[in-house]
Write a protein that binds this ligand. Structure first.
Ligand SMILES: [Zn+2]
Length: 181
């Protein structure tokens, strides 16, 4: 399982909160619990786990209880309640029936916490990632279908409030872009 820690060069470029988050997993005394939670995906984007999304902050084992700390993405994102339920279910399936999910609001989640693998998975899923989505171009947003930078914004709100709707002027396909925050 990927623990997210690969090279110190890469880590140095990460936001400090994201560096610390990866360190908590790398140093954890209960790695099996983190691994069990890799099965919990964002219900809106089923190709990305809550770990890759930067939502899963900490997992601790205290007197037989599992304490899971998560930081919501966008405030009011309805997916968060589902994620918390899925955390409880995943740990129950791993043999831990006593789970408490704690929500940590500060520091606020940022799209810069989304891991590189997940940015790529987003693109393959048909959603333009929040970072630069163009390969070898100066443009910021490119069509996830054909890679063209010839795109225009249709609406600030796409299929969910977390995403904006764009349309590609080359392949004519509409697509969502994960809004950077
Ligand atoms: Zn296109």
């Amino acid at each position: 399982m990927n623990t997210g820690v690969r090279s110190t060069d890469r880590i140095a470029l990460l936001p400090v909160e994201e560096h610390q988050r990866r360190q908590r997993r790398a140093d954890s005394t209960c790695p099996q619990l983190w691994d069990a939670l890799d099965s919990v995906k964002d219900p809106e984007i089923p190709v990305i786990s809550i770990w890759e999304l930067g939502v899963l902050q900490d997992v601790e084992l205290r007197e037989g209880a599992v304490i899971v700390t998560i930081t919501p993405t966008y405030s009011g994102c309805p997916a968060m309640g589902v994620m918390a339920e899925d955390v409880v279910i995943a740990l129950r399936e791993a043999g831990y029936s006593n789970t408490e999910v704690v929500t940590r609001l500060a520091p606020a989640w940022s799209t810069s916490w989304i891991m590189d693998e997940a940015q790529e998975a987003l693109r393959e899923y048909g959603i333009a990632p929040p970072g630069r989505s163009c390969a070898g171009e100066h443009a910021e947003i490119c069509c996830p279908q054909c890679g063209s930078s010839n795109v225009h914004s249709v609406s600030e709100f796409g299929s969910t409030a977390c995403k904006a709707l764009y349309k590609c002027d080359d392949c004519s396909e509409p697509f969502d872009r994960f809004k950077p925050i």
